[in-house]
Write a protein that binds this ligand. Structure first.
Ligand SMILES: *Cc1c(COP(=O)(O)O)cnc(C)c1O
Length: 707
């Protein structure tokens, strides 16, 4: 790419804007960049740096002399400067000890800030991205630490027979809005640690998410052994050994990076256990610098660290064989922490004396943090039962694990058309009063039915255009028949009830539940006058053959003449596909096996756009559902002995669809407007938007967990 291309004077603000992801959640940012050159914008994954490099000189000159466009650029630049100028708005009420001098240090293995920064796999990363954006909007001092994966997470395409294939794209750092941190001599600043008895060095990149710096460690440098250059190769790629060395880099390297940058955090937030080794590094510092024994050091560390767990099953927690821990850390590190190898390994065991147990990052994190929380009320409960064994004397209810329910970043997920309605009815500063229930109640109550319905309908038409475009391209690539490829141009019907289902293809998410009775489903889909259409997307873990098989079944369905026009699988689920879906579907379906959905956030994104949730009462929906703001599948009681839960939930799903959802959607007045449905959309926004947003979540962390 051409380095530092000089933009025409009137467009120069675009350069500044392209270096901070703030543009991606500003009202006008995405449109301003897209309009510079819509084709290049899509071709390069909506990456402003590449857009500015690839747009032709002639096009730049045209736009630089278009007064309307120049005006928009100027306005966006001014808005950005204003946003960045406002110094910290935190604390809102005195007592907090989180300050710009002593910020929160937030650690996560993945970050889903925008689809042009491919450092995420799914929910955890998107949540982390939303956390940073809300911290920025709220003015909460926070710095984030992660890894720069050269190949990111795997990308998905389906073969003609429907089988999932994986491939990787290589990320060029020069294409991204990230800057390499240098030392006084102008050379890359390096941190160093010992992994597998070898010195490993990492350079540090900085991305800017509004006011929040995101530091990313990168071992792909010549000074490293060839193997060690791959430590930051793939996100959740490789084997157990790759995983542990990545986690050593994140935890130990992350602390060393903060020290190098002279950042002194008030609190360290371990978002999931991947970064738990940071607690050992903090203990090591204390043991090395003074005369503290490990047990004393651990007390100090505990005061500084808080932990969020995201996994409701024991098997989902990261664990390592003791030999692997020993090999990766070497003999010296435990000694520097003030422990022998046995004591060191015991830190990761639920029962320190059980030498058969593996080394788990969750027990380590719980032990070394003063606070542990789950990500919904139910998940808090589940976590207390799951980890009770760490508090032998306590009953489940006494286990000190709390919860902070996940939320989503409204300006990132709300469609521009919906934002415009919020500006008009909730107020131009709607995104600064996200938690003001009363304002939402009143504002949304004033929206005209027709206005909301037209906006939603337009978004659905956009979704269908997107589906047709993506399907056409995918069919071309697979060399499908002419007739079948062409038919993509007319698939789907903007008037039909459209149900979205997109998530990881993992067992407990029960992708096959909907297909329990295919004939019953086909009858619903093809009901003359009241048709239903489905949009699916999601990746299966490369080693999860069973989930890949279920995806294949679904994908092969596309050739069935009864289904062709009414169901589609969009390949390579990512943030862009998620945005298209959550902003436009009528209904969002979620059918996890209870109580395994820790929170789930995609349904919250749908709610912010006026879509309705149709979901099992688990995770966030158990808190959000009030009987009138969407639909519940099954109930919240514990299943009776011997009941086939999957069969019962499938029956409930079909019945709710047949008796409530479909009749409700097609109930129209003389003007063809579904009044009662629209009332439900409004009630859903009123009750869910002010609660399940990430401003509420981050404020709750700041007030209850960080301080
Ligand atoms: C929001 C989101 C998720 C998480 O949604 P769940 O409800 O937890 O499945 C996963 N992937 C992408 C791309 C998302 O945007």
């Amino acid at each position: 790419m051409e380095e530092n291309r000089q933009l025409p004077l009137s467009l120069r603000a675009l350069d500044r804007l392209s270096w901070n992801f703030w543009w991606s959640w500003s009202a006008e940012g995405p449109g301003v960049f897209r309009d510079l050159d819509p084709e290049i914008w899509e071709q390069y994954e909506q990456n402003p740096r590449l857009l500015l490099a690839k747009t032709s000189e002639y096009r730049l000159a045209q736009m630089a002399t278009d007064p309307v466009y120049v005006e928009r650029v100027g306005r966006l630049g001014a808005e950005f400067d204003l946003y960045m100028e406002v110094k910290t708005r935190w604390p809102r009420s005195g007592a907090s000890r989180v300050t710009p001098e002593h910020p929160v240090a937030y650690f996560c293995a993945e970050y889903g800030v925008h689809n042009s920064l491919p450092l995420y796999s799914g929910g955890l990363g998107i949540l982390a991205g939303d956390h940073l954006k809300s911290a920025s909007d709220l003015g909460l001092p926070l710095v984030a630490v992660g890894l720069l994966y050269r190949f990111g997470y795997f990308r998905q395409r389906l073969r003609r027979d429907g089988w999932q294939e994986e491939y990787y794209g290589e990320t060029q750092t020069s294409d991204l809005p990230i800057t390499l941190i240098k030392n006084q001599d102008g050379l890359p600043l390096l941190i160093e640690l010992t992994i597998r008895e070898r010195p490993v060095r990492a350079q540090i990149w900085q991305a800017q998410v509004g006011r929040i710096p995101l530091y990313l460690l990168d071992t792909n440098i010549e000074a490293n052994d060839e193997t060690d250059r791959w430590v930051t190769g793939h996100l959740y790629g490789g084997d157990r050994e790759t995983r542990i060395v990545q986690e050593m880099l994140l935890g130990i390297g992350g602390i060393r990076l903060l020290r190098q940058l002279n950042i002194q955090p008030h609190v360290f937030h371990l978002n999931e256990g991947h970064s738990a080794f940071l607690t050992l590094e903090l203990a090591r510092e204390l043991v090395q610098s003074g005369s503290l024994a490990f047990s004393e050091a651990a007390k100090v560390v505990r005061q500084r660290c808080v932990f969020t767990t995201h996994t409701p099953v024991a098997a989902g927690n990261d664990e390592f064989e003791p030999q692997l821990v020993q090999r990766s850390f070497g003999a010296a590190y435990p000694r520097e922490v003030g422990l022998d190898m046995e004591e060191f390994i015991a830190l990761g065991r639920s029962d320190p004396d059980d030498t058969a147990e593996a080394f788990g990052l969750t027990p380590l994190a719980i032990r070394m943090c003063r606070s542990t929380n789950g990500v919904s009320r139910k998940h808090g409960e589940v976590s207390r039962a799951l980890w009770q064994k760490l508090w032998p004397g306590k009953t489940v209810d006494e286990v000190p694990i709390t919860h902070v329910t996940n939320g989503v970043h409204a300006p990132t997920w709300a469609a521009p058309l919906i934002r415009a309605l919020y500006e008009k009815y909730v107020g131009t500063n709607w995104s600064e009063s996200l938690c003001d229930r009363k304002r939402w109640e009143e504002g949304i109550g004033k929206i005209l039915d027709e206005e909301l319905w037209v906006a939603h309908q337009l978004l659905k038409e956009r979704l269908i255009a997107f589906i047709r475009h993506r399907s056409f391209q995918a069919r071309l690539r697979r060399s499908e028949s002419m007739e079948y490829t062409e038919s993509a141009r007319s698939m789907f019907d903007p008037a039909a009830l459209t149900i979205g289902f997109a998530r990881r293809a993992a067992g407990y998410k029960r992708w096959n539940l909907l297909l329990t009775d295919p004939n019953r489903l086909l009858r619903l889909m093809n009901n003359e006058g009241r048709p239903v259409q489905f949009v699916f997307a999601g990746k299966a873990h490369p080693q999860d053959q069973q989930s890949k098989y279920i995806l294949q079944q679904l994908a092969r369905w596309r050739y069935d003449p009864l289904v062709r026009n009414r169901a589609v699988f969009l390949e390579d689920y990512d943030q862009e596909i998620a945005r298209q879906l959550v902003q436009s579907v009528d209904v969002w379906l979620n059918v996890p096996r209870r109580p395994l959905e820790a929170s789930g956030t995609s349904g919250e994104k749908v709610a912010i756009n006026g879509g309705l949730n149709l979901s099992i009462l688990d995770g966030w929906w158990l808190e959000g559902y009030d009987g009138k703001n969407g639909f519940a599948i099954g109930d919240q009681s514990d299943p009776a002995e011997g009941v086939d839960v999957d069969a019962a939930d499938a029956e409930s799903l079909y019945r709710v669809l047949e008796q409530v959802v479909i009749p409700g959607y097609y109930e129209r007045d003389a003007q063809g407007i579904p009044r009662r449905w629209i009332a439900m959309m409004k009630h859903s926004i009123q009750t869910l938007a002010p609660e399940f947003n990430s401003d509420r979540m981050v404020a709750e962390y700041a007030e209850r967990i960080y301080s």
